[in-house]
Design a protein. Structure first.
Length: 349
């Protein structure tokens, strides 16, 4: 039986909306609520939240003797206010593996503890070419030399505090989303692209009237970028966990923006050989374009569950994403391939 057709417009529309919701790790409530609202349209799903704030959706399958889980994360890189400087600007502390050169000059929001937000942008502290000359290019892009310049009248620490800004306020950088010729270019495709493929797979299956072979728990993680997202929230009786996260594209890599990838090993070591082999067979049988790869500097939420004691087969699939943790890009072909792979897995014996 052929797989249900993937609605590409739905996928991209959902993805663009999710990308435009700020969700640095620790500040993911709005993104989780957005996904929750979308999933609430599907009566087949039982929705719940973990105490840590992750979203879990259970779909009771045709059989319940070997339940499975899939996870993808909505949290992203970001920052917090580290210090309010005497000139009224802010130094930051990074959340996750944010590379400061990748967000230099980017617009950002500072979220105050009172629920307000203040606009600004991130610059080096010697930004003006007419004042600092060579220093403007040579200054190291690190936490000591970069600052948030607020779009508010402040020249002093006190004036900034009067805006309601305090140490520890979350900072989210603009994703700068563009969709052109099937390419989606944006920050934080890691891992919102994969959340979009999960939701689209659910919708496509539901619309076609099909039910997963086994009961399945969809886990939308909110602490992945700091290493412990899926350590909680996945029931310990699941037999398999398929982590859906971006594939690393670059020199020496097999992955690209037009395929899904099966990752066999990353910084956390090899994934489960049996489940990886099963996923290859499923992709082959369904004509899904995929690559097989190894990611040199990478950890996943599947490994977080393993480290938390999960006795389960874990594998990792996802769309190729260029320039990860930088200004990322992928293509609808990779997103469609990943969505089809998820559906084929859910319908497999
Ligand atoms: Zn990720």
């Amino acid at each position: 039986m052929p797989l249900p057709k993937v609605d590409n417009d739905y996928l991209v529309d959902f993805l663009v909306k999710l990308l435009n919701i700020p969700s640095p790790t620790g500040f993911t409530e709005e993104a989780i609520a957005f996904v929750e609202k979308e999933l609430s349209h599907f009566g087949q799903l039982e929705l719940s939240r973990t105490r840590k704030g992750a979203l879990v959706a259970k779909w009771v399958g045709q059989s319940d003797n070997a339940p499975v889980a899939l996870t993808a994360h909505v949290d992203t890189l970001g920052a917090m206010v580290k210090e309010i400087k005497r000139n009224g600007r802010l130094t930051i502390t990074r959340i996750g593996g944010l590379m400061l050169n990748a967000v230099e000059t980017e617009g950002c929001w500072v979220f105050t503890s009172k629920g307000e937000k203040v606009r600004g942008s991130l610059l080096i502290d010697a930004a003006s070419a007419h004042v600092y000359a060579a220093k403007a290019t040579e200054t190291k892009r690190d936490e000591d030399h970069m600052e948030v310049r607020l779009d508010a009248r402040t020249m002093s620490e006190n004036e900034t505090r009067n805006l309601g800004i305090q140490v520890g306020d979350f900072i989210a950088f603009d994703p700068r989303v563009e969709v052109t010729n099937g390419f989606v270019r944006s920050r934080f495709l890691d891992d919102k692209a994969c959340v979009a493929t999960l939701i689209t797979a659910i919708k496509s299956l539901a619309d076609s009237g099909q039910t997963p072979t086994q009961s399945v728990h969809f886990h939308v993680s909110n602490y992945e970028e700091v290493g412990h997202g899926a350590a909680a929230g996945i029931p310990f009786d699941v037999h398999e966990l398929v982590t859906v996260d971006m594939a690393a594209v670059g020199k020496g890599q097999e992955s690209n923006e037009f395929h899904a990838t099966l990752c066999l090993k990353d910084s956390g070591g090899p994934y489960h050989h049996g489940l990886s082999t099963k996923l290859r067979k499923i992709a082959d049988a369904n004509g899904i374009p995929y690559k097989v790869d190894i990611y040199p500097f990478y950890g996943s939420d599947g490994e977080a569950f393993w480290r938390a004691g999960g006795d389960v087969a874990v594998a990792l699939i996802g769309p190729g994403v260029d320039a990860s943790h930088n200004y990322e890009r992928t293509h609808i072909d990779a997103l469609t391939a990943t969505t089809n792979w998820i559906m084929a897995y859910l319908l497999s014996d």
